[in-house]
Design a protein around this ligand. Structure first.
Ligand SMILES: Nc1ncnc2c1ncn2[C@@H]1O[C@H](COP(=O)(O)OP(=O)(O)OP(=O)(O)O)[C@@H](O)[C@H]1O
Length: 239
């Protein structure tokens, strides 16, 4: 289903206070329809909080979020998006393939679970309880869970963290295919090569604000690498 707007995601002046701190501080950004948008930022910059606002899990203190042109958390939006959170402890006992079949049953036109399992290399551990999977295997199942409903817009919070290079490249290929099929992708990552390889648009956020944005080419004019730009424009907690 195509988005009715030119933007899959519009975030305006978003402010979230947690524990007395403005974790997001009047943050504004957009994700174009049909594009892959990467959100980069140091640990604690507010990336996961942003995703949680977009998926209706965190209610902002101020500002606006429009997901596919509508309010986050509404049933029609929820049915049209996919979400891969950083951790999903709730699935502890269920086998990977049973989890995916259950998730598929929640959608009107899900992807074929067996094909998705084969595509992401999940077959070898499809009958293993989720809690016994390695970190990278859990990531692959989480990714499959985010995609199985054939979403128009998918939020992926550090999708390849913990994946080996085979799984990482398979994931990149799948994300390129998703975009080619017209889906919009918003992903957070610490991997600069991932943003360079995939992103149509990059947003660097720091301390809850936008520190830089543009295409990779725009951000790296002047011969700097994306990592150089990141290190210059954002603050780390170490050092
Ligand atoms: N429930 C909460 N109460 C208080 N502070 C919180 C809460 N949840 C998150 N925070 C704080 O908000 C800030 C942003 O956290 P968030 O998880 O959004 O960062 P992030 O950019 O995703 O970081 P990382 O790259 O480490 O995953 C952090 O300083 C975190 O400690």
């Amino acid at each position: 289903m195509a988005s009715p707007t030119a933007f899959a995601l519009q975030v305006r002046d978003l402010t979230v206070r947690l524990g007395g701190t403005a974790v997001l501080d009047a943050l504004s950004l957009t994700a174009a329809d049909g594009a892959l948008t990467a959100v980069l930022g140091p640990n604690g910059a507010g990336k996961t909080t942003l995703v949680r606002c977009c998926t209706g899990l965190v209610r902002p203190d101020a500002g606006e979020v429009a997901v596919l042109g509508r309010a986050p958390g509404s049933p029609d939006v929820t049915a049209a998006i996919g979400v891969m959170p950083q951790s999903t402890g709730a699935w502890s006992g269920i086998r990977a393939v049973e989890l995916l079949r259950y998730l598929a049953s929640l959608y009107a036109h899900p992807l074929d679970v067996d094909a998705l399992v084969a595509r992401l290399g999940i077959g070898a551990y499809a009958r293993t309880p989720y809690r016994r999977l390695s970190g990278g295997q859990q990531q692959a199942v989480n990714l499959a869970g985010a995609l199985v409903g054939r979403p128009s817009l998918v939020f992926l919070d550090e999708p390849t963290a913990g994946m080996d290079p085979h799984a990482r490249r398979a994931t990149w290929e799948l994300l390129r295919e998703l975009r080619a099929a017209g889906a919009s992708v918003v992903l957070t990552t610490h991997a600069m090569d991932e943003a360079e390889a995939l992103a149509d648009q990059v947003w660097m956020i720091d301390r809850g604000r936008v520190a830089a944005s543009g295409t990779v080419a725009e951000l790296t004019t002047g011969g700097q690498t994306l990592e150089d730009v990141f290190l210059t424009r954002t603050h780390g907690v170490v050092g």
